[in-house]
Design a protein around this ligand. Structure first.
Ligand code: NAP
Length: 243
């Protein structure tokens, strides 16, 4: 059976993506780092709506944790494979660059960029053989498209993720694996809770932040059969803030 794996699916955009993919009929593997209760609640919501969900916690920044978790999942699912991978887990550690600590730089790169590399490389083993096909959707950011002051670490990680999306798309296209990204602007989640929202909303032509589900709708489309000839693309989802 084909599964979808969504990293960072316990909250925010990842949670909305997991709910959408489950509603499209895919059994969903909910990855998270430490927030077990929130992840459990997402799984329950999916099951109550008639879908299938299971939890698979691991730190995307740890190649050892990824190997252990995926190995274990494979042992428990000998006839199944991951056909849809959504690389969504991400963190912010904002600071102006002249004050930025090594840890702030590395934590953001390790989670967003290295996490994408470790997990995608591992799960390509599920998608490449026998032209099984697959869908990889990476959650980038407006910050990686235009750059945001105070976010050199985050902008660098997200811009690199976009570059990797375009390169990998060309590598695996012949195996019917598509690789795309979405680049959200300001979305209402825990990640943006501490920002001066009233000030920032005035910068957005639509006058508001987006919702996680408005991002999830585009991700679910890119993960669907309907998007079979779209690869290497970046969809901006930002209320007209920057296009
Ligand atoms: P969020 O509400 O802060 O949720 C972050 C999720 O990532 C949580 O499920 C968290 O798990 C998980 N996570 C964090 N570090 C992890 C790690 N090392 N390993 C595994 N899971 C980890 O964030 P969000 O706003 O939904 O953001 C989701 C993605 O969208 C991120 O990549 C972010 O950069 C991107 N994005 C967000 C916005 C925005 O405005 N919100 C805009 C553009 C792009 P726990 O619950 O266990 O901590």
């Amino acid at each position: 059976m084909k599964y979808a794996l969504v990293t960072g699916a316990s909250r925010g955009i990842g949670r909305a993506v997991a709910l959408r993919l489950a509603a499209q009929g895919l059994p969903v593997i909910i990855n998270y780092h430490s927030n077990h209760e929130a992840a459990q609640a997402v799984a329950q919501e999916i099951v109550q709506a008639g879908g299938r969900a299971e939890l698979l916690p691991f730190d995307v920044a740890s190649p050892q944790a990824i190997e252990a978790a995926v190995d274990q999942w494979e042992q428990q699912h000998p006839d199944d494979h991951v056909a849809v991978l959504v690389n969504n887990a991400g963190i912010r550690r904002d600071n102006v660059m002249f004050m930025m600590g090594d840890d702030e730089w590395h934590q953001v790169l390790d989670t967003t960029l290295n996490g994408f590399f470790y997990l995608t490389r591992r799960l390509l083993k599920h998608m490449m053989p026998r032209r099984r096909g697959g869908r990889i959707v990476n959650i980038a950011s407006l910050s990686g498209v235009k750059g945001m002051p105070g976010q050199t670490n985050y902008s660098a990680a997200k811009a690199a993720l976009i570059g990797a999306t375009k390169a990998l798309a060309q590598e695996v296209a012949a195996r019917q694996v598509t690789v795309n990204a979405v680049a959200p602007g300001f979305i209402e989640t825990d990640m943006t809770r501490d920002l001066p929202q009233d000030e920032l909303k005035r910068l957005v032509p639509m006058g508001r932040f987006g919702t996680p589900d408005e991002v999830a709708a585009a991700v679910a489309f890119l993960a669907s059969d309907a998007a079979s000839y779209i690869t290497g693309e970046v969809i901006n989802i930002n209320g007209g803030l920057y296009t």
